[in-house]
Design a protein around this ligand. Structure first.
Ligand SMILES: O=c1ccn([C@@H]2O[C@H](COP(=O)(O)O)[C@@H](O)[C@H]2O)c(=O)[nH]1
Length: 231
């Protein structure tokens, strides 16, 4: 079975923009989308998005906005000028917040409108973690509820564990992107990820994109690790 590397997003979790750009240059023949999260963005600012775009690559700007609707709408507007390909907000911010985020994204100049995703239940959380927050549900049930709300708000898709792909498809249908972090090749440590599957299993289940960070970026040889991603 061959897998499509265009569906792989590499997470650049480092505070060092030079190290992040080195990884982009090393992997860009195979990878077209790189993820800038809170660590890199807080250290480097919006410039890092432009620098990755200048390398001919796209950016998933994973800032997971979660605030009152007016503030999130403003944050979405502010970061669009940097040129992200994808953006996300927390679905648990609620329907109105997601709707305002979508309206703000649609206000982008033509050709610059980013894909807008909603984080459902973080892949580092399991049933016990939800219970500790008084959410008396299995993660899959909570993901279905949040995916339904994200679809109702008009977002383009969700971020979830590959374990929930079938449940999301049953709830919101086919025309909705599913982006899955929480993927680990058989040879990699899970670390803080709790709801995991392998990259191959995630794509077999129908993920539109998988997100992988440390198994590749922390490897002694990231190109070699990337070549073994589907093992
Ligand atoms: O539910 C979520 C949402 C986002 N992430 C992000 O994905 C990467 C995963 O990195 P690994 O090193 O492969 O664990 C990371 O940037 C997270 O912020 C997630 O893991 N789970």
């Amino acid at each position: 079975m061959t897998y499509d590397y265009n569906k792989v997003i590499i997470a650049l979790d480092t505070p060092d923009d030079r190290k992040a750009l080195d990884i982009v240059r090393l992997l860009k023949d195979k990878i077209s989308v790189f993820k800038v999260g809170l660590e890199l963005f807080c250290a480097s600012g919006p410039e890092i998005v432009k620098k990755i775009n200048d390398e001919g690559c796209k950016v998933f700007l994973d800032l997971k906005f979660h605030d009152i609707p007016n503030t999130v709408a403003g944050a979405v507007k502010s970061c669009i000028s940097a040129g992200p390909f994808m953006l996300d907000v927390h679905a648990s911010g609620g329907l109105e917040m997601m709707t305002k985020a979508k309206e703000a994204a649609e206000g982008a100049q033509s050709g610059k409108k980013p894909i807008l995703l909603a984080i459902t239940v973080l892949t580092s959380l399991d049933e016990k973690d939800l219970a500790a927050m008084n959410i008396d549900k299995m993660p899959k049930e909570q993901v279905k509820t949040l995916a339904y709300l994200a679809k109702k708000a008009g977002l383009d898709g969700v971020v979830a564990s590959p374990k929930e792909i079938s449940a999301i498809r049953e709830t919101v249908g086919k025309d909705f992107l599913i982006v899955t972090p929480g993927v680990r090749p058989t040879w990699a440590a899970a670390g803080d990820q709790k709801r995991i599957m392998t990259p191959a299993q995630a794509l077999d289940k129908g993920a539109d994109y998988i997100v992988v960070g440390r198994p590749v970026t922390a490897a002694a040889d990231p190109l070699d690790a990337l070549s073994k991603l589907f093992q």
